[in-house]
Design a protein around this ligand. Structure first.
Ligand code: TRH
Length: 356
């Protein structure tokens, strides 16, 4: 089938990150023909740049405007149109769809949530005045919803410690043997300085990998950088491709992640993590985080549950770090459980089944 994915980048990288991961899954795992129309092509290209060129060559990454002429004529007419995160289709593309010889199915790909209410809304029709059938599709953890994007599944091959991406060679050469490695990719507003100072009081070495933009949050690029004890080493890395960032997550002992794509990748890496969830005005993020923790900690001991909730709500590391070994075992078990529950192929496979 031919799939058109529409991606409008509201802010950050998550919209492009999800659309790219979905496109590569549909193309490389399921042999589908995929085009992404995006209003910020450079960002999308940057994320996609690390992938095997053979995979990338099969997916068309196109500017938003390229869709205007495209829907009307065979063979370009799509079978499935995805509006990622409810973005509105360009009018000229929609007009083309209405004139096309076959009508596609439209999917409103929603935000990921662990909240139980999505079970009821997943797959529901969203009737449109233009008459093209459209449905809501909710990614999530439960069996009854749209699943998770798994591709590429971290395996020993592509995530081996020896496969250091060239862009990370220099940073990786400064890592210290025996130091615990923590990567940080969070939003402004996290109490990072206090958090690192608290880590500095512990009798342990920590190498902290700061992803693109985090050094600025810590004022490291101004004349007044924070000073930390020598057991803490800060290492800044540039913005890397999505594949390379997946690798970073797999090579750290602990990750601070955000949004929804890095959040899932941290879980698939099988490592403990803090989810710095995207803040919403109405505090809906607190409900979302609690719903996830309910699922994530269902099988955890009371001690681990309290430690993890403390960490996820930014309690200082000295308050929970003694539970790291237990958390590590839990993270591995959770990863296995996720892969088992998504054994049907996860989001891409469920989407194919839904439209097929
Ligand atoms: O960038 P984000 O904060 O995206 C967010 C979320 O999607 C949020 O739900 C949404 O409402 C908002 O955008 C608009 O975090 P996320 O989802 O983790 O996406 C980051 C993507 O960037 C992910 O695919 C990983 C990728 N990435 C790289 O490719 N290279 C890098 O160096 C880093 C740090 C990230």
């Amino acid at each position: 089938m031919r799939w058109d994915i529409f991606c409008q980048i509201v802010d950050n990288y998550g919209d492009a990150g999800i659309c790219w991961r979905l496109a590569r899954s549909l193309s490389s795992l399921h042999g589908q023909e995929v085009r992404i129309f995006c209003d910020d092509l450079p960002t999308l290209n940057l994320l996609a740049s690390g992938v095997d060129p053979e995979i990338k060559a099969k997916i068309a990454l196109l500017p938003w405007e390229a869709s205007f002429q495209n829907a009307r004529h065979l063979p370009q007419a799509p079978d499935v149109v995805i509006e990622a995160f409810g973005c509105e289709l360009p009018e000229r593309y929609l007009a083309g769809l209405l004139m096309a010889p076959k009508k596609p199915i439209m999917i409103n790909l929603e935000y990921l949530s662990a909240e139980p209410w999505i079970i009821e809304f997943h797959g529901k029709a969203s009737p449109q005045s233009h008459g093209i059938p459209k449905y809501f599709f909710f990614p999530g953890f439960q069996d009854e919803v749209g699943g998770l994007l798994l591709d590429p599944i971290p395996s020993l091959g592509n995530m081996s410690a020896k496969n250091i991406p060239s862009i990370l060679q220099e940073a990786w050469s400064s890592l210290r043997p025996g130091a615990k490695r923590i990567s940080i990719f969070c939003y402004p507003g996290a109490p990072l300085q206090k958090w690192l100072e608290d880590l500095g009081k512990l009798n342990q070495k920590f190498d902290i990998v700061l992803t693109h933009g985090i050094a600025e949050l810590l004022n490291l690029t101004t004349g007044k950088p924070i000073s930390l004890p020598s057991n803490i080493q800060l290492i800044s890395i540039p913005f890397v491709s999505q594949d390379d960032y997946d690798w970073v997550l797999s090579q750290c002992d602990f990750n601070i992640v955000r949004g929804e794509d890095s959040f899932i990748r941290a879980q698939l890496a099988g490592k403990p993590f803090i989810w710095h969830i995207y803040h919403q005005e109405d505090r809906a993020h607190e409900v979302k985080l609690a719903a996830f923790l309910d699922l994530y900690l269902e099988a955890a001991s009371q001690e681990l549950r309290l430690a993890t909730i403390a960490a996820m709500t930014w309690a200082m590391p000295s308050q929970w770090i003694s539970h790291l070994d237990d958390w590590n075992a839990h993270a591995l078990a959770w990863r296995s459980q996720l892969l088992k529950k998504q054994g049907d192929g996860g989001l891409a496979a469920r989407l194919l089944h839904f439209v097929g």
